[in-house]
Design a protein around this ligand. Sequence first.
Ligand code: PMP
Length: 409
Amino acid sequence: MLRDLSDYPNDTIEAMFVRLANDTHADKIDLGIGVFRDDSGNVPVMQAVRRAERRLIGRDRSKSYLSPLGNIDYCRRVESLVLGADHPVLSGGRIVSAQTPGAGAALRAAAELVHGVSPGSAVWVSTPVWGHQIEFFEQAGMAVRTYRYYDRRGRNLDAEGMLEDLRSMRAGDVLLLHGCCHNPTGQDLSLDLWQAVAEVVVEVGAIPFVDVAYQGFGQGIEEDAEGVQRLAASVPEMLLTVSSSKSFGVYRDRAGLLSIILPPDSGNAGAVRRKLRDTLRQLYFMAPDHGAAIVHEILSTPELDALWRAELDAVRDRIIALRAELRMTIERANPGFDAGFIERQHGMFSCLPISHEEQLLMERQFHIYMLPPARVNVAAMNREQSRTLAEAFAWIRAQRGTARADAVA
Ligand code: PMP
């Protein structure tokens, strides 16, 4: 049956990880995978997570099935964490949620659900966007459209281009936005722009879909959620996915949220919940609980919640310091080059202004691995790697002549 599959190709992201795994150079640098690393290159486990795990084990909890909707207590806590406990959507009972095996599964399930109930809806994604996101929507059968988002030349948001493109959305189309720390650019919307987007969405009758994967990694736990909170208060309907992988460092435990925000007085929350339950069951049957139980334990235990917040603050402080350091080393190694965008942007990622060919050249010459489009995981670096990256960038610019280098989009 699978005889003809011998030349099945790697997708571009997986292909990079294969090249990285096959590289035997002792000091190869992995800036590809989206994990936070400490100075020794480890992916640390938070103390709040360790303590929550111990408490859960001590309680001898059941391992019986939940429902396809997963851990509902986790859902309530994460809804409040992202939207704020007093949000009108929560007090109005306008939200239907499920706990999923991470936000990846939540995105794929949301696409399946949307395509099932509204086959004519297209999804609009930013240019650029985290590559797997396109895959989730395409595999569900949805048409994928793109909107301008990041101006690589100016290394800033293309707000005008974005709004112009969004005005071409049709009623029932879905608009995918990143709640904070945009993947891959690190370039976030200003609060004014969140407002402008809300107005366009209401005007054209589109449905915003906010993916929150890095709450606490950008400007603060509360600050990072302000855009999504305001949008949810300004639109009748919305989709929301949340990842606990990064904010709690429970990547492999697979905990995420998928929420559907319903219009006021829609009266069909029960039917939506049943449709969501059945969609999830048809995709993967049941959710894992370990990660969700940990996150719930932390958020419902004041001392663990305080510890987690302090640990997440320290993660964010380190990322901000690494961004300042990288800006400085790049500017030092590249006199006249303005690397201010690295400090302006938020979260794990920023993109270097180099072409795909140059990214591959950097890989071969310096053993530095990034995801397209030259996405650097700043949160995975140490000082020495920051210097190597700055030198590699200078070398690339020298190869092609400085004048053209900075104009590359
Ligand atoms: N959304 C975004 C924007 C992401 O960057 C990621 C992970 N890279 C995810 C969702 C998926 O996260 P997870 O499935 O680990 O929760």
